[in-house]
Design a binder for this molecule. Structure first.
Ligand SMILES: [Zn+2]
Length: 483
């Protein structure tokens, strides 16, 4: 099977499947015009011919109507959409031609012809082709979105292609009286609540970091809300270790979450030490109070701990391994996930390092300064791809889509704006039945910040709208248990 087809199917089948049947996909020889693969459902052989088309200079909006039902799909295509071959219409473009057709009894099976280049569309976004090219040109990719950085649409585009494919499969099956179709493995609307633990004490490093954001915001916008926040921060003197408070608050909502903890191992090399001295979290995981909290988190009905790897560990395998080993050793429990501090990440290096260390899930691939889908273009977990090795990396990214510091520090939101923006993003996830992460830091539940009233409002909204919450390991187990 071609590497792009394999990557499409691996990620699609990570998220979708039949309730009862397995869905074995098998390879077929690609042609110049088509990516090809087949599957067998209840004795029916279905072959998919997916158009190989050229990349467009400017993405095009494409509206497709299901020829057998009432529903439509709106896609933003980076690759040309072409007319499907002759057959029974499945989808029609608003431009008036058939975009997908199917034929019965072709060599004892059903052959589906799709004119939307699903394979390249999904491969382009999930393998982060644009970012890979920039990094290969020796550009240091910062975890910040800068205008014009090849990504201008803040939508989970990949899921729209997944949903089109699912609709195509299910419409064909219905025509053959097979009513149980392909569906999301995690049905409904799913969120993994996570908390980076950057501080457990109110110390000078934490204070400098937050106050400098506020000073900068005030100087840039004359925003008196920043002055109010400064006053609030300076007029309290709270304990910043909020882990157990958060656990109890979330249990009140019937939720559970994952806490990312920092393994403070001694850094080798002057540069790493200086960088950590300025930006690193300021606690020691070996502190008895932190260790007691880790034990309590695991003991509190299904809560979980992951690694908050240090900034230099994103590019230093020995350090990453040492930090991961220390957390595993001290927590006496299964640890499978990671998010880097400040979201430091190299597409060409970090996924391979995570895989080598045995970390199964990551949640780092997100821009600090913008909520949503800008970096990964999806609201579904996906495997990383190594362009230099031409292979799928055995690490699943659970896409982060909202972070408290994005809202309050980088975007200087008021509580109301932060809530509105969060709901706007989660609405898009709900519409696609996605599985995403949100991140509210541990220390920001202290009255110094006051960011947790918004978090509680978001949890309440999620509950009212039927969201299910999972820890990272639960997402991993549920998605991978069926192969
Ligand atoms: Zn952090």
């Amino acid at each position: 099977m071609g590497r792009k087809t394999k990557y499409f199917l691996k990620n699609y089948l990570l998220n979708f499947g039949f309730k009862k049947d397995k869905c074995p996909a098998y390879s077929l020889q690609e042609t110049e015009r088509y990516y090809r693969f087949g599957t067998n459902v209840r004795g029916r052989n279905i072959i998919f011919n997916i158009a190989k088309t050229r990349k467009l200079d400017v993405s095009e909006k494409c509206v497709l109507k299901n020829a057998c039902k009432e529903n439509t799909h709106t896609l933003l295509c980076c690759y040309e959409v072409r007319e499907a071959g002759p057959g029974i219409p499945l989808f029609r473009s608003s431009k008036g031609f058939n975009v997908a057709t199917y034929c019965k009894d072709v060599k004892g099976g059903i052959e589906v012809d799709v004119g939307v280049n699903l394979i390249d569309e999904v491969f382009y976004h999930l393998s982060a082709m644009g970012e890979y090219k920039r990094e290969s040109n020796r550009e240091k990719i910062q975890p910040y979105y800068f205008e014009g950085a090849d990504r201008t649409v803040n939508e989970p585009l990949v899921d729209d292609f997944y949903n089109l494919f699912t609709d195509a499969v299910n419409t064909v099956l219905e025509r053959f009286d097979i009513s149980e179709g392909m569906q999301r493995k995690l049905d409904g609307f799913n969120v993994s609540l996570t908390h980076d633990v950057d501080a457990i004490k109110k110390d000078y490093r934490t204070s400098m970091k937050y106050l400098s954001f506020l000073v900068f915001t005030f100087a840039r916008k004359w925003d008196f809300n920043a002055v109010r926040r400064m006053y609030r921060y300076l007029s309290h003197d709270s304990d910043f270790n909020r882990i157990i408070d958060i656990v109890h608050m979330e249990k009140g909502f019937g939720d559970k979450s994952t806490f990312f903890l920092y393994s403070n191992v001694v850094k080798k090399g002057l540069l790493s030490r200086v960088v950590e001295g300025f930006v690193g979290p300021s606690y020691d995981i070996r502190d008895s109070s932190v260790l007691a909290d880790i034990r309590d988190v695991f003991n509190e009905a299904g809560f979980e701990v992951g690694l908050h790897s240090s900034y230099p560990a994103a590019l230093n395998y020995e350090l990453l391994e040492e930090e991961f080993d220390l957390l595993k050793r001290l927590s006496h429990n299964t640890v499978i996930s990671n998010r880097n501090h400040f979201l430091n990440f190299s597409l060409t290096r970090t996924p391979l390092m995570l895989e080598k260390a045995g970390i199964k899930c990551d949640t780092t691939f997100y821009y600090n300064n913008i909520c949503g889908f800008m970096r990964h273009k999806t609201c579904s977990p996906f495997y990383f791809y190594s362009h230099q090795d031409n292979r799928i990396v055995d690490v699943i990214e659970i896409p982060t889509v909202i972070m408290d510091s994005t809202l309050f520090n980088y975007l200087s939101c008021t509580d109301e704006d932060a809530y509105e923006k969060s709901i706007e993003i989660l609405d898009k996830v709900m519409e696609r039945k996605g599985v995403v992460c949100i991140n509210w830091h541990n220390e920001t539940s202290a009255p110094e910040y006051g960011w947790y009233s918004t978090y509680q409002d978001v949890l309440r909204w999620m509950k009212d709208n039927g969201a299910c919450t999972y820890t990272i390991k639960e997402v991993y187990d549920r998605l991978t248990s069926e192969g």
